[in-house]
Design a protein around this ligand. Structure first.
Ligand SMILES: C=CC1=C(C)c2cc3[nH]c(cc4nc(cc5[nH]c(cc1n2)c(C)c5CCC(=O)O)C(CCC(=O)O)=C4C)c(C)c3C=C
Ligand code: FE2
Ligand code: FE2
Length: 346
């Protein structure tokens, strides 16, 4: 078999032990595309402050969501890989940007099983472009291939937030999980610092520099997480025939005192409850697998905020996880031709 498909997700700690969580957070947050300050300031912030304070709290949160087989993100990614394999003629591998199995070990495994491997189709498991998610996977995979597998051709799938098939699958999965009777649907995406949106703007004149930038056509949109998430909400809302005023977008999971994309999910949920929304549903389309950020931050913390502010019924819509139509789409992405060069802002 000369071609293989590699799907790559974010990764989780090996266990919820504090030492494993510290190691994982260290690798994650020392990534220059995640904490994008100068090396000395990143080192001071991450190694000097965050790794001395955050791991016990994060470990406790991981413990609360951990399954018998492991971290939900890992288990669901593994199940997804199996499903994709069931729909694909190519061998399918699974790698994680941080932690295990690394991208290197995933490619190694494919190469060992298929020594004649010539072409690797890489699909970062992120629908949207962000330097801290999609871009860092692509850059890492290129580094690994260049350093260890120089004869391997690497073809990269671009962000697929606007692919009609993906949007159909997402809309249908939301429809299937929405209660018959609900008041409001919130689209909550993982946040990113606003400085990262400006950094990824190739024109350096558009994103968060013009009023209403994300609604204005620009080459910057190919790399603008804010544009791509807002567009996802609108395209899904159209498919679900949602009425204005019954849905909106917010951003979750911020870290530290700098400005992240707003509106923030926690504040939005409190405000919705205070304004009289009683039955709220939340979907998290930046995540393709349920994980700490969906199960705990939305399923537990956001639910509490909603109830404390007068809400009555809270539904967390599951991620696409290992559902068959989604796995088939990934297999189809793998067999389609991605010979065009995928640019990054790197
Ligand atoms: C500067 C910090 C962070 C940026 C920027 C960031 C972007 C980003 N992250 C995801 C997806 C996931 N993040 C997850 C967990 C997580 N994220 C951060 C920080 C940043 N993320 C931290 C510190 C953590 C760990 C948990 C914690 O301590 O709170 C996860 C879940 C992982 C799991 O094991 O379940 C995902 C998935 C995206 C898509 C993104 C940019 C768009
Ligand atoms: Fe994150
Ligand atoms: Fe934008």
């Amino acid at each position: 078999m000369k071609q293989a498909l590699l799907i790559v997700n974010l990764g989780s700690p090996d266990s919820y032990a504090v030492a494993d969580v510290r190691r994982y957070l260290g690798e994650f947050l020392m990534d220059e595309r995640v904490v994008d300050f100068s090396k000395w300031f990143r080192t001071f912030l991450v190694k000097g402050i965050i790794l001395n304070t955050r791991p016990p709290k994060s470990a406790e949160a991981y413990k609360g969501i951990w399954w018998e087989e492991g971290s939900p993100l890992m288990v669901l990614s593994e199940r997804l890989k199996e499903q994709v394999q069931a729909h694909s003629d190519m061998p399918v591998g699974l790698g994680m940007r941080y932690g295990n199995p690394s991208i290197h070990s995933a490619i190694q495994k494919l190469k060992e099983a298929h020594p004649d491997l010539e072409t690797l189709h890489l699909i970062p498991l992120y629908p949207h472009y962000a330097m801290s998610s999609y871009e860092t996977v692509v850059v890492k995979a290129r580094e690994v291939v260049e350093a260890h597998f120089p004869d391997l051709e690497l073809l990269v799938k671009g962000p697929f937030y606007d692919d009609e098939r993906y949007l159909n699958i997402l809309a249908n999965s939301i429809k299937a999980a929405l209660p018959e009777d609900y008041d409001y649907l919130l689209f909550s995406y993982h946040g990113v610092p606003e400085r990262q949106i400006r950094h990824s703007d190739v024109s350096k004149a558009h994103c968060l520099r013009l009023d209403n930038c994300c609604a204005k056509d620009s080459p910057a949109q190919a790399f603008c997480y804010r544009h791509q998430t807002l567009a996802t909400t609108e395209m899904v809302a159209r498919q679900l025939d949602l009425k204005a005023g019954t849905y909106s977008t917010s951003f979750q999971s911020r870290l530290g005192p700098i400005k992240w994309l707003d509106p923030y999910t926690d504040k939005t949920i409190a405000e919705l409850a205070q304004k009289g929304v009683k039955k709220l549903a939340v979907v998290c389309p930046a995540f393709v697998s349920d994980c700490l950020e969906t199960i705990e931050e939305i399923g537990v913390e956001a639910r509490e905020i909603f109830m404390e502010n007068g809400g009555e019924d809270f539904t967390l819509i599951p991620c696409l996880n290992d559902q068959s139509d989604w796995a088939k789409l990934l297999a189809d992405f793998g067999t389609e031709l991605y010979a065009k060069k995928i640019e990054t802002t790197a």
